[in-house]
Design a protein around this ligand. Sequence first.
Ligand SMILES: *Cc1c(COP(=O)(O)O)cnc(C)c1O
Length: 400
Amino acid sequence: MHAKDYVNLEDAYGAHNYHPLDVVIERGEGVWVWDVEGRKYLDCLSAYSALSHGHCHPAIVAALVAQAQKLTLTSRAFRNDQLGLFYQELTALTGYEMALPMNTGAEAVETALKLARKWGYAVKGIPAGQAEIITAQGNFHGRTISIISFSTEPLYHDAFGPFTPGFVTVPYGDAAALAAALTPNTAAVLLEPIQGEAGVIVPPAGYLRAVADLCRRNHVLLLIDEIQTGLGRTGKVLASDHEGVRPDVVILGKALGGGVYPVSAVVADRAILGLFRPGEHGSTFGGNPLAAAAGRAALRVLVEERLVENAAREGEYFQERLAEIPSPHVKEVRGRGLLIGVELHPQAGGARRFCEALQQRGILCKETHEHVIRFAPPLIIDRATIDWAIAPIQDVLNLP
Ligand SMILES: *Cc1c(COP(=O)(O)O)cnc(C)c1O
């Protein structure tokens, strides 16, 4: 079979809810992937940060395979010998007292929303059914009905009502607007520290700090979605660390599974996460031993290979090199660590054609919103590889 045959199969039998580049990948190793025709590419998307450890990291694959041959699933009706250790290691790394495991990012966001509502009623004393949660314009927190209820992207939202009530939207990056939206019924604020899907939107310095102070003064929980930004992507363990903010609830996913298994979690202190009673929330696969073993290996590799430090150092370098590229199309290069967005002028004709041209030159990127190319390679990337990538990127950014 040729690349075209695989593309045709997907298009014939699969729902068209994605618009992928027509590259059919067969194998991956580290920052590199190979297509079915043997062509090699640098992966500059990392599955939206889920592949922070690189493709098929040997230590993570070994942990997954060893666990798969021993015990894969118990359900939470019984206990297993991996979950407690995963809790211990995850809470130690993030500095919280407890964790609750789920599978996908959206499920962890839903978990945080349920937790915030419960806290609002049980602790803050909000009248039953009245809890409000404040979210930001341009947010991306996943695809469930409740989550898309507060999406401001028409494509994600408009066709899918009726919507879940109880959400309020304010402009991103504007702490005064958020302050004005607080009411006695506000249970929580839900934010991304950098809006990845919106086009790598970095809020003004001091924004997260100001929101955290507002939350504390008004007895409102701060829920931070670190699914894309967390676990080293921005050069700190959590992107919230850049402003010395300790959210009440942190939502993790993507890289938590080491690129081999869907693993997500909510972490918080006992006074909050301890509010869930048996039966109020759960997941058949959440916290299964295979997931816990993959998560443990992912955290171990993150620390042992100093991926957070590498993301800080190489991310700064990559961003500098990108910013130096002379190009008639580039409006701005921005980001933090290895989460970098190159925004093109509207007249450039959209980011898609540049991503297709990069593919021809051996670099896989995806357009984010219409005009932004996101560069988010695995955190294991080295200086020599970044240096190699600059020439083809410069080429493409100077296409007519
Ligand atoms: C990817 C992402 C999600 C959703 O995660 P899924 O695993 O796709 O459900 C939520 N929030 C942010 C910030 C994300 O980047």
